[in-house]
Design a protein around this ligand. Structure first.
Ligand code: ZN
Length: 153
């Protein structure tokens, strides 16, 4: 109790300065907590589409956020071969991964957009490729954290 009283008196005797110092400590505390949270808990989301029309750039941006391509067999942005195409009924911003095949009608291809990232695509030589569902490793994102036990070392 005696210590508390003397502190209160000291603060009063030097006017507003201690109040300013307390605010500064509070602000620094908030900043520090925010930075700590950023480093330990949250991280930027990985890219959802091709960045700057470049697969290597996309992988680089993901890596800067702590992500690596999913080691599973899913469709991912790290896979070479993405093409931006205008396909009727779809956004011209969409990127497409073509899977060629040959059937009775001749050579053709089935393409999947970046909306199928993290899905497992089964391709066949003689029929159209199929999306058979979400990858169990990356849960449909195409990326895993670099410290994930599944990530390739
Ligand atoms: Zn995956």
């Amino acid at each position: 109790m005696k210590t508390d009283c003397s502190r209160t008196n000291a603060a009063k005797s030097v006017g507003l300065k201690p109040v300013g110092a307390i605010w500064l400590i509070l602000i620094l505390g908030v900043l520090w907590t925010g930075m700590g949270g950023c480093a330990n808990k949250s991280y930027p989301d990985p890219p959802l589409t091709i960045v700057e029309n470049s697969v290597p750039k996309t992988v680089q941006v993901a890596a800067e956020g702590g992500w690596v391509p999913c080691p599973g067999e899913c469709l991912k942005l790290a896979k070479p071969g993405w093409q931006q195409r205008e396909i009727q009924g779809f956004s011209p911003e969409d990127y497409w991964m073509p899977y060629p095949y040959t059937d009775k009608g001749g050579e053709s291809w089935q393409a999947f957009s970046q909306r199928h990232i993290g899905h497992i695509i089964r391709s066949y030589p003689d029929k159209a490729a199929q999306d058979v569902g979400i990858c169990p490793i990356c849960k449909g994102t195409g990326w895993v954290r670099k410290d994930d036990p599944n990530a390739k070392k």
